[in-house]
Design a protein. Structure first.
Length: 360
């Protein structure tokens, strides 16, 4: 830990966040190092950190690493104190190989990124209705995965199970199979392979039923929350609760942090990247952004390809122009991203402008 007693008029800070401690560093307006110190990751630690930062002068902004994980609580505390918080990505590997890694170095790197403007993204607030939707979707997603695993294990046990039991159950549909396995009455002798298999099948089937009930309850809660948070989003063709929930989660409780529809498309990985050279003019797929949001856009596009006459007409026209189906889908995802941005539930701040929606 280092510290200087010099007080300057305007300072910028950076914080390297961890599970139990946060390391803060301060720069003046010229980028000179003023000091760094470690604080506990606790409410009292956040207060002490903020007091220490302000002891150097007027706090212009704070660059925080991990605003979606370990730095969430700190970012929330700083916003409550009306401090500008910017999200900082971890230093790239090349910089770490050249300069090494430590908590003070990472904290100063975060401060430099905030001071230079290299880090300028406003983090998600994570304190409103969209955060509630995200939390419920996490639980639902794990329940869906566990239910899928349960039915796969049931079918795998039947493949290797006793012949009589296999012939009794193998031709049933999945719902009938779950119901039949849940009603099995195995004997008390688990040394017998058939009885042990019946016990395992019954436990897996009842687990599947419990998870189905949990998923049904989560769907009911999410339908209500998403309907309240984004009714205009749900009204768009091809957008259901699952897609809307993912896109809301990507945008966050403060979608005004996304300054344009182009920025939203980039966030969703739907902004084409130029890949031209010489006489060749083309774009390639953007592999960045939130891949779950990109998948949600893909689901919308697939639905419109089946049921939306306007989209079908667009596909026919672009096919005649020589575009392949993947290229057309990439274009459609870009249009959908623009339309989704227009329907985000929170009004965009007056400092940014929304472009008129161009329809295919």
């Amino acid at each position: 830990m280092t510290s200087m007693t010099t007080t300057t008029s305007c300072v910028t800070a950076g914080v390297d966040t961890h599970g139990h401690t946060h390391h803060a560093a301060v720069l003046d307006h010229l980028g000179r190092q003023l000091g760094d110190r470690e604080f506990p990751a606790s409410p009292s630690g956040y207060t002490a950190l903020l007091t220490w930062l302000r002891s150097f002068g007027d706090l212009d902004r704070v660059g925080v690493e991990g605003t979606g994980t370990y730095g969430t609580a700190l970012a929330r505390r700083l916003r409550t104190a009306e401090v500008v918080v910017v999200e900082v990505d971890r230093p790239d590997r090349r910089a770490r190989r050249a300069h090494g890694k430590s908590d003070p170095l990472d904290a100063y790197a975060a401060a430099r990124a905030a001071l230079s403007g290299a880090a300028s993204t406003t983090p998600k607030r994570r304190d409103g209705q969209v955060e509630a939707i995200r939390a419920l979707r996490v639980a639902r997603s794990s329940a869906v995965k566990a239910r899928t695993q349960a039915i796969n294990q049931i079918k795998a046990l039947l493949v290797t199970g006793p012949e009589q039991l296999r012939e009794q159950l193998r031709h049933l549909s999945t719902p009938s199979l779950i119901a039949a396995c849940a009603k099995l009455r195995p004997g008390p002798n688990l040394d017998n392979a058939e009885q042990a298999t019946k016990t395992a099948l019954r436990r897996l089937a009842r687990r599947h039923q419990q998870l189905s009930t949990e998923i049904h309850e989560a769907d009911h809660d999410l339908d209500q929350l998403i309907g309240q948070a984004a009714p205009t989003l749900l009204a768009l063709p091809g957008v259901g609760p699952e897609v809307a929930g993912q896109l809301l989660t990507t945008a966050g409780d403060n979608p005004d942090r996304i300054t344009s529809e182009a920025a939203f498309a980039h966030l969703c990985g739907a902004a084409p990247i130029p890949a031209s050279s010489g006489r060749t003019h083309r774009h390639r797929l953007n592999r960045g952004g939130d891949r779950n949001a990109n998948r949600a856009l893909y689901v919308v596009v697939l639905g419109r390809l089946r049921h939306d006459p306007r989209t079908r007409a667009y596909v026919e026209r672009r096919t005649q122009e020589g575009l392949t189906k993947p290229e057309i889908i990439r274009c459609l995802k870009r249009y959908v991203a623009r339309e989704i941005y227009q329907s985000l539930p929170t009004l965009i701040s007056a400092g940014s402008s929304r472009q008129p929606l161009a329809r295919p």
